[in-house]
Design a protein around this ligand. Structure first.
Ligand SMILES: [Zn+2]
Length: 329
């Protein structure tokens, strides 16, 4: 471990029996960061003042969140040129001076998200600078989900559909049950295997959920490597079936969310056709500052513009999902 890493490390988690749980360590990290990092403390305090509004759509609901503090995330510049020209904000050398981490299984750093979308929002960044990708990392994603326990849901944004650091592998974690889809998925009707599914992996179930306004694939199983195999198979089929064709070497656009109840992993996959709605790029009154990433796909629509918070209605939200989702469910 470098000296810089040693200085940054609040705690280490290696999964040893009898050691503090990862959830306890994360609680400790967030308390410490609020105490010593004024900018983070202010970001947490500002969360108490955000306005929210629930909107009932056809077959599902969303929670709109007006949060001016998230403007940086919503309007993040993510083109390859722009990414090359900025210092990576997830590399340890560029983290704010006050920022501490939990060194997680020698491979990831768990950090307080400096601009939380909801309380207890964590960033889980790889210790080294390497491209954002879920294909090939799903088993680690599921392992992290189990280590954090049933209290957290772990999130992933694809490099071309929501990740604000497409050049540095990272996940996020938020407290479970905060995103509407987590509670709606059990009541969803008419689920069938997705068309692109090529193999059945023993001990897993892969279903395309219907009636929720956007394409959602639900993968469940009691064994992390089987769930990861089922996901890899689905992702390969998705890459082959994509229209327009998937760029060679790029993973198909998708966001994922995983939870673990102590026995079974539940993985939600949101395949995408577009990163942002056309209205995002307008330069007139019709501009809508919503940049759909995993939280938006899961039903929490963060907007830094009060005008959008006030005017987005069920029809606009249904249309937004149709535009950015692969197909609509
Ligand atoms: Zn980096």
């Amino acid at each position: 471990m470098t000296e810089e890493m040693r200085d940054r490390t609040f705690a280490t988690f290696e999964g040893k029996h009898g050691a503090p749980s990862l959830e306890e360590l994360c609680g400790g990290l967030l308390s410490e960061q609020q105490a010593v990092w004024p900018e983070f403390r202010r970001a947490c305090e500002s969360l108490r003042r955000v306005r929210t509004r629930d909107v009932a759509c056809d077959g599902f609901s969303v929670r709109l969140v007006f949060n001016p503090g998230r403007a940086v995330n919503t309007t993040a510049a993510v083109s390859p040129e722009e990414i090359r020209e900025r210092p990576c904000f997830l590399c340890t050398a560029n983290l704010p001076l006050e920022q501490k981490c939990i060194l997680y299984r020698d491979e990831f750093l768990i950090l307080a998200n400096p601009r939380p979308a909801i309380p207890f929002h964590l960033t889980i960044a790889h210790i080294s600078h390497r491209p954002q990708a879920i294909v090939g990392h799903m088993e680690m994603f599921l392992r992290t989900t189990a280590d954090l326990g049933p209290g957290f849901t772990i999130l992933y944004n694809g490099p071309r559909c929501g990740a604000s650091a497409p050049d540095h592998l990272h996940f996020q974690a938020v407290p479970s049950g905060q995103m509407p889809i987590e509670n709606e998925i059990d009541g969803a009707k008419g689920s069938t295997p997705p068309v692109s599914l090529r193999a059945r992996i023993a001990g897993t179930s892969v279903l395309r959920m219907a009636g929720l306004g956007r394409e959602i694939i639900l993968i469940e199983g009691d064994n992390a490597s089987s769930v990861a195999d089922a996901f890899d198979d689905y992702a390969r089929g998705l890459a082959d079936a994509s229209i327009p064709p998937n760029p060679p070497g790029e993973e198909p656009m998708m966001n994922t969310a995983a939870s673990f109840n102590g026995k079974t992993w539940r993985l939600l996959v949101f395949p995408r056709r577009a990163h942002r709605p056309a209205a995002f790029y307008r330069d007139d009154d019709g501009r809508v500052l919503v940049s759909p990433a995993i939280m938006e796909m899961a039903g929490v629509i963060v907007t830094p513009a009060e005008r959008d918070f006030d005017r987005l209605d069920a029809a606009a939200i249904e249309s937004l999902y149709r535009e950015v989702s692969l197909t609509h469910g």
